[in-house]
Design a protein around this ligand. Structure first.
Ligand SMILES: Nc1ncnc2c1ncn2[C@@H]1O[C@H](COP(=O)(O)OP(=O)(O)OP(=O)(O)O)[C@@H](O)[C@H]1O
Ligand SMILES: [Mg+2]
Length: 247
């Protein structure tokens, strides 16, 4: 195993018009590491994730995945999107395709697998996330928690090098949050490299190697969960924690 980090952002900057949404971002994620990103609304967390998948371009700095700068377009870009699986707050499944088709599609189109092989792998993954018996249904027939687990299976089907999760449980009813977090914890235990934007502090405490706190486009803290929760160094993090831990 290489000691080289899997994901590296160096002096990354981005604006949306006047808004300096990513300000000199430096972030290194090692292989198998789980990094939880937290921070107030509008601090740039989603933009950070989207930049790593090149759903957003950056203006300066560098993003390196597995030793390579992010590809800009074409097939290499499609491969990058497969290499870095992304799970969003909204489930983003294709409504007119079955669960099985949703999970197989990318394997066939991007990874060039035969349909039978793709379907077999899809069924294994659906089993792993606990929705094997939903394979022939359409997304609208599933609960939010089930749909989100299908979205995770779909990303995993591409054999990603890393997974990005952007508030994967914040649109879910409380009783469905844990079933999704359990799948994510299992992935973390299996050694998947993960960046997870979440306000689920229990997940951060139990699964994260590091907590990154963002505020106004900057990384203000980057520490172990234990250090972060017991002794945040910045007033902004203290203020933020006092608000969310009251809920
Ligand atoms: N496409 C866009 N065009 C213009 N401004 C944008 C765009 N996307 C995001 N922004 C702005 O950039 C800032 C950061 O947005 P971002 O979505 O990254 O924040 P966030 O930390 O994920 O917030 P939240 O916790 O609400 O999801 C916000 O002020 C947002 O309004
Ligand atoms: Mg966001």
């Amino acid at each position: 195993m290489s000691a080289e980090p899997l994901i590296e952002l160096r002096d990354v900057n981005k604006h949306f018009g006047e808004l300096h949404v990513l300000q000199d971002i430096n972030l290194t994620v090692g292989r198998g590491e789980v990094v939880v990103v937290i921070g107030p609304s509008g601090s740039g967390k989603s933009t950070l994730c989207r930049a790593i998948n090149r759903l957003e371009t950056i203006e300066s700095g560098q993003i390196v995945l597995d030793g390579q700068p992010l590809p800009e377009e074409g097939k290499p870009l499609a491969r990058l999107r497969a290499d870095v699986g992304m799970v969003f707050q909204s489930f983003n499944l294709f409504a007119h395709k079955t669960v099985l088709q949703n999970v197989s599609l990318g394997q066939i189109k991007v990874r060039g697998r035969r349909k039978e092989d793709a379907d077999q792998r899809s069924r294994e993954l659906l089993d792993r996330v606990g929705v094997a018996n939903q394979a022939d249904k359409y997304p609208a027939q599933l609960s939010g928690g089930q749909q989100q687990r299908v979205a995770i299976a779909r990303a995993l089907a591409m054999e990603p090098k890393a997974m990005l999760f952007d508030e994967p449980t914040s649109a879910l009813d409380p009783e469905m949050i844990n079933e999704v977090l359990e799948v994510m914890k299992q992935l973390a235990r299996e050694g998947m490299t993960m960046i997870v934007v979440t306000h689920e502090m229990g997940f951060a405490r139990s699964a994260a190697n590091r907590v990154v706190f963002m505020s106004d486009g900057r990384i203000v803290e980057d520490r172990t969960p234990d250090e972060f929760f017991t002794n945040p160094s910045s007033d902004r993090a203290k203020d933020f924690l006092s608000k969310i831990l009251k809920h």
